[in-house]
Ligand binder design. Structure first.
Ligand code: X8Z
Ligand code: ZN
Length: 623
């Protein structure tokens, strides 16, 4: 197989603003840390009054709200129809929004010294700190950054792997091979082939980092890493420490899973391909990035604990098409008391990959008008995995609609991990009991099959944790200069090995740019949000199950149909970003702390089982 990538086109993406939709929902953040006041702002301006500040905030909200709609539309059209023209149109809107956002963020710091009421102080902080790709003030550099960012997205969006027979495979097709194939040669060739698309991204990414770092400095931050880490209502370094703490909580569980899976893969593939010591080769885990491993369930399934059903098969047996899958997911949300999705959702969303044009297939949820025009864009595959992703995306949409009455700056989640967690919380309730209730399953397997159910869930959720963490560990070091461009790929694999215990199946070098083969790197979407979401969703699930009065094991609980749980969830969603995230968390869980104990409790029976299996098989765990 050889790879064809077309020359970079000027593809637009909304890069650096507090307002527009991102890949996966709105982005914004909270700021309590005060970056250094800007000299130009403080020293050269006439002193500002509180009234000036309020007028500024008011106007900024109006301007950003208006611009966001224009940007969202341009971006939607471009992602659904990638051509030079749509790219160019979306790029110029993006440039305009970035310039406005940077100007407002800079201006906002002129008011930082004023003692405003908490709501306006929060709005001001958000105006200053919510950019994810801040351009330098220099318009030439802003244009350069917009163009680079667009090109990076284009390289990913149009990436294909073309076979010798001339057939070119897109990412959904390649992902299906990674999910199903047991042929190590085929897996390796697809794994390696997809990584050809990201080689040309390297110089673009390097320049993007330089420019965005300059933009972050212009805003008073040391670098982009500090800006990204400042978006969590706490000091940026304290946030890094908090992540280490959460990871420390779950690492023993991950280690047990890693050890078990490595042993089973060794039995399947033998010592040559899957050694039973050290790291696991990244192409054997059922996923293009080895980020979640649910697709190798059958290879590692417990012998007597298998629940004996497969949701992919059940969907096929019950003639679920793409739309029916979305309808069923909507039905879960409405069972909790949420209003059905608007008619326009059904007419304007994209569910099926068009055959006649390039689209950005990576699943996303959109809020076009900051009110009711919500949509998803997905190239839905009729699988259990994608059924879950549909719930994930609808979680974004229901969140967006719930906070639609907030002032514009607060139309966002409590922190970005919350946005990513909501749909997943609902998907945790897709239990056998629920599947029976909606007519997909005839009989609920008895408790002896729980290990199989937990195993499937752990392969997706526990395996994801170190991946969710390492991407931004890499990026933050890149942004701060700790990782130089000459070390991009080597440092990437060092972190993959350190956190995931996963390694490249063939030698890599600095002619490769493997980080770029993952959507969120060229797409400039922060990734720590998914790590947080994978912790938060278990906290939410446990609390909502308690509210629903479910007294059984938490992995068997489904909140389907429970209006009380739904109302409680809605209270948190309606708050949007108006309060610091610990307040939002407390609304549902009663605690202001993120805590991975909920993950450990959920998987407790599995952890015990894994440790027994690893002991019986005399496995040397760790890598
Ligand atoms: O990007 C996504 C969503 C859209 S926000 C489909 N996710 C991450 C990924 O695919 O890498 C969901 C889980 C992690
Ligand atoms: Zn998402």
């Amino acid at each position: 197989m050889k790879t064809i990538t077309t020359a970079p086109k000027k593809l637009a993406v909304i890069v650096a603003l507090s307002v527009a939709v991102s890949a996966c929902g709105n982005e914004e953040a909270t700021q309590v840390t005060k970056p250094q006041p800007l000299k130009s702002a403080v020293e050269t301006q006439i002193p500002k009054t509180k009234d000036d500040a309020l007028a500024f905030i008011n106007n900024a909200e109006k301007e950003l709200a208006q611009l966001s709609i224009e940007a969202n539309r341009a971006e939607w059209i471009y992602s659904n129809f990638i051509t030079e023209d749509t790219a160019s149109l979306a790029a110029s809107v993006g440039e305009k929004v970035t310039a406005a956002s940077v100007k407002l963020a800079t201006e906002a710091s002129q008011y930082a010294h004023l003692k405003l009421d908490p709501i306006n102080a929060r709005k001001l902080d958000k105006l200053r700190s919510s950019l994810v790709l801040p351009a330098p003030l220099d318009p030439v550099k802003n244009a350069e950054l917009a163009s680079i960012s667009a090109d990076l997205n284009g390289l990913y969006g149009k990436g294909k792997l073309c076979r010798e027979d001339g057939k070119c495979l897109t990412l959904p097709e390649l992902s299906a091979i990674m999910a199903k194939s047991k042929d190590p040669q085929e897996l390796l060739s697809v794994w390696q082939g997809w990584r050809e698309i990201s080689k040309p991204m390297r110089p673009l990414f390097k320049r993007e980092v330089e420019l965005a770092n300059e933009g972050a400095k212009d805003l008073g931050y040391e670098n982009l890493s500090e800006l990204w880490r400042s978006q969590y209502d706490m000091d940026p370094d304290a946030f890094s420490t908090e992540l280490d703490r959460l990871w420390g909580q779950v690492k023993p569980l991950y280690d047990s899973l890693h050890c078990y899976v490595r042993g089973e893969l060794n039995e399947e593939y033998g010592d040559e391909i899957a050694p039973n010591q050290g790291t696991i080769p990244a192409h054997l885990l059922g996923n293009m990035w080895a980020q979640s491993w649910g697709n190798i369930y059958e290879t590692v399934a417990p012998e007597n604990g298998d629940p004996g059903y497969d949701v992919t098969q059940l969907l096929a047996e019950h003639q679920y098409d793409e739309k029916k899958m979305v309808k069923q997911a909507e039905g879960f949300f409405t069972s909790l008391g949420f209003e059905p999705l608007p008619e326009t959702f059904w007419t304007r969303s994209l569910f099926i990959q068009p055959q006649d044009r390039d689209v950005v297939c990576h699943a996303s949820a959109w809020d076009l008008d900051n009110a009711d025009d919500i949509r998803i864009k997905m190239c839905i595959q009729k699988t259990a995995e994608e059924f879950t992703v549909i719930h994930h995306e609808l979680g974004h949409n229901f969140y967006q609609r719930a906070y639609k009455n907030q002032p514009f700056i607060f139309k966002n989640s409590a922190n970005d991990g919350f946005h990513e967690a909501i749909g997943d919380v609902v998907a945790l309730s897709i239990t056998p009991k629920y599947l029976k209730r909606i007519g997909l399953l005839e009989q609920v397997p008895d408790a002896s099959k729980d290990i199989g159910l937990l195993m499937k869930q752990a392969l997706d959720k526990v395996a994801f944790l170190p991946f969710g963490l390492m991407i931004d560990q890499w990026r933050w070091k890149v942004f701060s200069g700790e990782i130089s461009p000459e070390q991009y790929n080597q440092a990437w694999w060092e972190l993959r090995e350190k956190y995931q215990g996963v390694s490249a199946p063939v030698a890599r070098s600095e002619t490769d740019f493997d980080p770029g083969a993952k959507y969120h790197v060229p797409g400039n979407v922060p990734y720590t949000r998914y790590f947080l979401a994978h912790i938060l969703q278990f906290q939410f699930h446990k609390s909502l199950c308690d509210i629903a009065g479910d007294t059984g094991p938490v992995h068997r609980c489904s909140i389907y149909g429970n209006k009380e749980a739904g109302a409680k969830l809605n209270t948190m969603l309606e708050m949007g970003a108006s309060q610091p995230w610990p307040e939002a968390l407390a609304t549902v869980t009663g605690t202001k702390e993120m805590d991975a104990k909920a993950v450990l409790d959920y998987f407790e029976p599995l952890q015990k089982w894994l440790d027994e299996q690893n002991t019986v098989a005399n496995r040397q765990c760790g890598w």
